[in-house]
Design a protein around this ligand. Structure first.
Ligand code: SF4
Ligand code: SF4
Length: 343
């Protein structure tokens, strides 16, 4: 019963945010906020973690949440690194909710426990995504169904928030059919499921091998027809190695706020320093809303694509100026790769 009440209230808040976002376009729909860059795992394909950094202090995160609320943000996703390594993550979630925004979290699931799930329930978490890459752990990824299944069962028994299980296909995954096993288990437990296509170090497509493409198509057939399939055509094109014609609104509808509090386009398009969130304002949002991104045709960043969909029909974009504030054209690839220094 409690779960049904929470679901109804959540749906109402999401519908209200969506309606407001259609009417007013110059505010962020979705922000990824990084509370800690460190991760307890080291997936071979990942360039978004380190092994040493400390949690961002709670006061700084609360201040960032306040600034995002001031920009009119609809939804804040806490990711990382591994956000559950932050000892006060539930208090960050509670602050997001206190400021009237939808609170979501992306985790590898290793640190979930019954107590932690209850903490997130009390904090008012709206949605949690857990990523599972294979059935048995291997050198590429330890995010395996066998090790994480007990966590899924705890979520099934206790979570008052929505749970989505994300599987991946593409570069480095040894057995593409593992994604099917993960999706079927998610459905058996009553969770929603999604599939991601692994990207390179710049968020760009790595075309799928025939076996992986076959699994991808099977997975898409399993997904029910609902709002989550709005991105279907976009993903289908990428799976087949074809470009997409879309307007990326990163920097406007979607923001990535790193652990130092700087705003970037997305996790894969981080130039050296970005712009401090304290200085990020309506003018920046308006500018980036109207600027096209040269990396868009083969981009695999699903969150940015979903946040941009609402405005796909309006406000054509123009090419960036020679030296726009968020990017360093030409130097981009070298700069991002040097920045990362990741495996
Ligand atoms: S993919 Fe996730 S779990 Fe794996 S190293 Fe990156 S942040 Fe950690
Ligand atoms: S198209 Fe947008 S989301 Fe994709 S890599 Fe470029 S800036 Fe990032």
């Amino acid at each position: 019963m409690k779960r049904l009440v929470r679901r109804a209230a959540r749906s109402g808040r999401i519908a209200a945010k969506l309606a407001w976002s259609i009417l007013h376009r110059h505010h962020p729909l979705m922000v990824h906020l990084i509370p800690i860059r460190r991760c307890n795992l080291a997936c071979a394909y990942c360039n978004e973690y380190d092994a040493t950094s400390q949690p961002v202090p709670l006061a700084a995160l609360r201040r960032r949440v306040d600034l995002l609320a001031g920009l009119g943000t609809a939804l804040v996703t806490l990711s990382g690194g591994e956000p559950l390594l932050h000892p006060e993550i539930d208090r960050v979630v509670a602050h997001v909710r206190r400021r009237g925004m939808i609170a979501t979290l992306i985790t590898n699931g290793y640190l979930l426990s019954p107590d932690r799930i209850e903490d997130l329930n009390r904090a008012g978490l709206d949605h949690l995504q857990i990523s599972i890459d294979n059935v048995e752990p291997d050198a590429v990824s330890m995010k395996s169904l066998r090790l994480l299944d007990p966590k899924l069962q705890w979520l099934k028994e206790r979570a008052l928030f929505a749970v989505n299980v994300n599987s991946v296909v593409g570069g480095g995954i040894r057995n593409p059919r593992d994604a099917l096993a993960v999706t079927l288990r998610a459905r058996e437990l009553g969770f929603s499921s999604s599939v991601g296509i692994i990207h390179d170090g710049l968020g760009q497509l790595q075309p799928l091998e025939p076996a992986a493409l076959g699994v991808y198509e099977e997975l898409q057939r399993l997904r029910p027809f609902n709002v989550n399939r709005i991105d279907r055509l976009w993903q289908d094109n990428l799976a087949k190695g074809r470009p997409n014609d879309w307007r990326c609104r990163a920097g406007a509808r979607y923001l990535y706020v790193d652990e130092s509090g700087s705003v970037h386009y997305c996790s894969q398009y981080r130039t050296g320093t970005g712009i401090p969130l304290e200085r990020y304002g309506r003018d920046d949002i308006r500018r980036e809303y109207h600027v096209s991104k040269p990396c868009a045709p083969f981009c695999t960043i699903n969150c940015a694509q979903q946040a941009s969909l609402l405005d796909g029909w309006r406000a054509p974009q123009r090419p960036p100026l020679a030296d726009p504030p968020l990017r360093a054209p030409g130097a981009l690839a070298d700069e991002v790769l040097a920045d990362e220094g990741k495996p």
